[in-house]
Design a protein around this ligand. Sequence first.
Ligand SMILES: O=C(O)C(=O)C[C@]1(C(=O)O)C=C[C@@H](O)C=C1
Length: 280
Amino acid sequence: MPKTVAFLGPEGTYTDEACFFYAPDEERIPFASLGLVTSALEEGKVDQAVVPIENSLGGTVIEVVDYLITSKNAHIIGEILLPIDHCLITRSGVQLGDIRVVMSKQEALTQCREFLSTELRFAEQIPTTSTALAVTDLKEADDRVAAIGPRRSAELAGLPILAQGIQDRQNNVTRFAVLSSNGDYPVDSDKTSIAFDFDRPDAPGLVYGALSPFADRNINLLKIESRPTGKGMGNYIFLLDFEGQIDEPHVQEAIELLKQNTATFKVFGTYPRAKGLAIR
Ligand SMILES: O=C(O)C(=O)C[C@]1(C(=O)O)C=C[C@@H](O)C=C1
């Protein structure tokens, strides 16, 4: 039986493309928002989900990282790096000077900040649940409205592209995570993502002390960031990506030492690191 894989719809989103790249032969199911995608996984309605987690211009997709922090079921089992090339899409016959409103997912608006602030500086920006939804909504909108989305979403909607490559940098890439509710990890895993917070008040050397067991064992850290815990100003949970599989002895040693100072400790997943960009 094919697996069911949830993704952020409708058809034509960047996540649709990443999901197709990951699971061309599985049953791919679109959901109307990221919240609905993660709930479907959490409630066991689908086997897996593909979600955007980080962009090279805009940084973390906060909604997804906050879901991973609280989820009881989700594990990262893979990642996909997709080049992101944004198009300005309109109804037919519309010129740049006609546009008063630009709709897209907030992440896409953020990635096109320079274009929007120079070419469309007086246009109102309206966030939508996905880029492709903004594009399909154009069909019911008037000529003053434009959308930012992938070329494929314009093709699917039969709408013209007024400008392409409007993101602030040409080498714009989004990292997507493949999430599973099954705890098994892929055999060829070589990257691990964890989260932790400290069991003691802030003090000099706290983060240094937590990370030094990784440096001492030659474990390459790939990413570190913090998110507020919500328990008050100055309370953070740290998110760490590093090279290595969770059950390698030197990784286990570093984690055991780290855990001596943590209140919360969670493994988001151990999975194969993306070897290159997903080719279209
Ligand atoms: O709206 C989409 O098309 C998506 O797939 C979501 C998303 C995101 O949230 O990061 C994915 C890639 C781009 O960075 C912009 C939007």
